[in-house]
Ligand binder design. Structure first.
Ligand code: ADP
Ligand code: MG
Length: 174
């Protein structure tokens, strides 16, 4: 049971927040495709989008996904990772895929409360809640069809970790 664990879901759903303690609980490594992109290019996501557009960013995101995937690794993915079929198939075939599901309202509240974590430019320039609802509408079916397990991400992070471990039956005997 050493397959990689892919965390998918919208920006703000808790992939980074939950991924680190999840990896710790399992003795797995933790990787984050957004962090990998920033370190490998020396640019922020916003910089890459400004220089290469979303299309260029998406290609680099696929490269990042392939680069960080390894056994015994928890991988936090960018919110738009599921947009490309290549990425969806890769994750579903290579590991356990977990969708951290949260409402647009909760996601927008988190991003408003912690603006430093909103590293990406908004896609439309419209209010964040409105944009979040629209993005979720577009992507929910992609998250759902890719995920092996759907977890309620609107609980405390420790609860989310516990539910993932439960879903995977990967908790170490204590
Ligand atoms: P992602 O990596 O999916 O974009 P983050 O892990 O960066 O999301 O979380 C975004 C913000 O929401 C952070 O400020 C984080 O502290 C907060 N957050 C994440 N998960 C939870 C949770 N389960 N409960 C409350 N706040 C959370
Ligand atoms: Mg993150």
């Amino acid at each position: 049971m050493s397959l990689p664990i892919f965390l998918i879901g919208a920006r703000g759903c808790g992939k980074t927040t939950v991924g680190e303690p999840l990896a710790q609980a399992l003795g797995y490594a933790f990787r984050d495709t957004d962090h990998y992109l920033q370190h490998s290019t020396g640019q922020t996501v916003a910089d890459i989008v400004a220089a290469e557009g979303w299309e260029g960013f998406r290609q680099r995101e696929t490269d990042a996904l392939f680069a960080v995937t390894a056994p015994e690794t928890v991988i936090a993915t960018g919110g738009g990772m599921v947009l490309a079929e290549t990425n969806r198939r890769f994750m579903a075939e290579r590991g356990h895929v977990i969708w951290l599901q949260a409402s647009a309202h909760i996601l927008a509240a988190r991003l408003a409360h912690y603006p430093h974590s909103a590293q990406r430019p908004t896609l439309t320039g419209r209010p964040i809640t409105e944009e979040m609802a629209e993005i979720l509408d577009e992507r929910a079916s992609l998250y759902q069809q890719t995920a092996h397990h759907i977890i309620d991400a609107m609980q405390a992070p420790e609860q989310v970790v516990a539910q993932i471990l439960d879903a995977l039956s990967l908790a170490r005997a204590s």
